[in-house]
Design a protein around this ligand. Structure first.
Ligand SMILES: [Zn+2]
Length: 165
C-alpha cells in the first residue's frame, strides 16, 4: 500500500479542502500567489493538485504533476470526482486508519480525555453525549464526533458507492 495521498487545493476549493482534512487527508489550501507557485509546492511536497480550472489542470499534467479536475456543484460531486480520479487507493482509505485533521488549519488532531475536554470548556451537554474528543496539535481547536461527523460519514459511504459504479 502506498502512503495516503496528500493534496494542495487551489483558491476555489476551500470547502473541499476542509472535507478532505476531516477524512484525514493532509490538504494544503493555497490561497495566495499564482499557478507556478502552486505547482512548485505540489512538486516539492508531492501533492496532488485539486482544481476546477481546466487550464491549470492541463498545465500541471503537462509538467508531469498529478492533478484532479474537480467537477460538479455539490460537496458530494466534488468528492466523487476526487475519488474517481485518484482511484481505489483513496477509496480504501476514506475514514479508515486515521485520525482526522483540523478542518481549519490542517494540523494533526490528538485524542484528549473527557476530563481535559471539560477543563478546556467543552459544554456539559456535549460532554454527556459524546465519547471521543480531540485537540488540534497546531491551533488547539477542540473537536468531537458529533452530527457534522455523522453527516460526513454518510456522504463518504454514498460517495464510495457512486465512485465505484
Ligand atoms: Zn488547527
Amino acid at each position: 500500500m502506498g502512503a495516503r495521498p496528500r493534496f494542495i487545493a487551489d483558491a476555489m476549493q476551500g470547502s473541499l479542502a476542509r472535507k478532505l482534512r476531516i477524512f484525514g487527508f493532509d490538504t494544503l489550501y493555497f490561497r495566495g500567489g499564482g499557478d507556478p507557485e502552486l505547482e512548485g509546492i505540489a512538486r516539492r511536497e508531492r501533492r496532488l493538485i485539486l482544481t476546477s480550472d481546466k487550464a491549470l489542470f492541463a498545465h500541471a499534467q503537462g509538467r508531469g504533476l498529478r492533478a484532479v479536475l474537480v467537477e460538479g456543484r455539490t460537496d458530494r460531486a466534488w468528492l466523487v470526482s476526487v475519488l474517481r480520479q485518484v482511484g481505489p487507493e483513496m477509496n480504501a482509505l476514506m475514514g479508515k486508519g486515521g485520525a482526522s485533521r483540523c478542518a481549519v488549519c490542517n494540523g494533526e488532531l490528538e485524542v484528549i480525555s473527557k476530563n481535559e475536554a471539560e477543563m478546556k470548556g467543552v459544554p456539559a451537554k456535549v460532554l454527556a453525549r459524546h465519547r471521543l474528543f480531540f485537540r488540534c496539535s497546531s491551533c488547539s481547536r477542540l473537536y468531537w464526533r458529533g452530527r457534522h461527523w455523522d453527516r460526513l460519514r454518510r456522504i463518504s459511504s454514498s460517495v464510495k458507492t457512486k465512485a465505484l459504479t
